[in-house]
Design a protein. Structure first.
Length: 115
């Protein structure tokens, strides 16, 4: 059983930055590609960014390319999402999880970008 905890969200103005953190416990996650997902009000959860188990091949959904950066620290069991140049359409609850076979979802962290 993997327990995921996300934090670092908040309220920022358009153009601002936030850094999200995800801590995984319960089993080693070093062998798995990890990802950040988000769910906006009234919309389905969508994939935002992913990174392979070694942290060398990040990839992003088109809408966040050049603005978001995903990284991981396998020693600490953590995954990060640096979000810059935030836009109101980035407003959502953000979650981290196994990229290919999601485990149980954590509670996520709310990101709100005001215009």
């Amino acid at each position: 059983q993997v327990h995921l905890v996300e934090f670092g969200g908040g309220l920022v103005q358009t153009g601002g930055s936030l850094r999200l953190f995800c801590a995984a416990s319960g089993r080693p996650f070093n062998d798995y590609a990890m990802a950040w997902f988000r769910q906006a009000p009234g919309k389905e959860r969508e994939w935002v960014a992913a990174i392979d188990d070694e942290g060398t091949r990040p990839k992003y959904t088109e809408s966040v390319k050049g603005r978001f950066t995903i990284s991981r620290d396998n020693v600490k069991g953590a995954v990060y999402l640096q979000m810059d140049s935030l836009k109101p359409e980035d407003t959502a609850v953000y979650y981290c999880n196994n990229y290919r076979s999601p485990w149980s979802w954590g509670q996520g962290t709310q990101v709100t970008v005001s215009s």
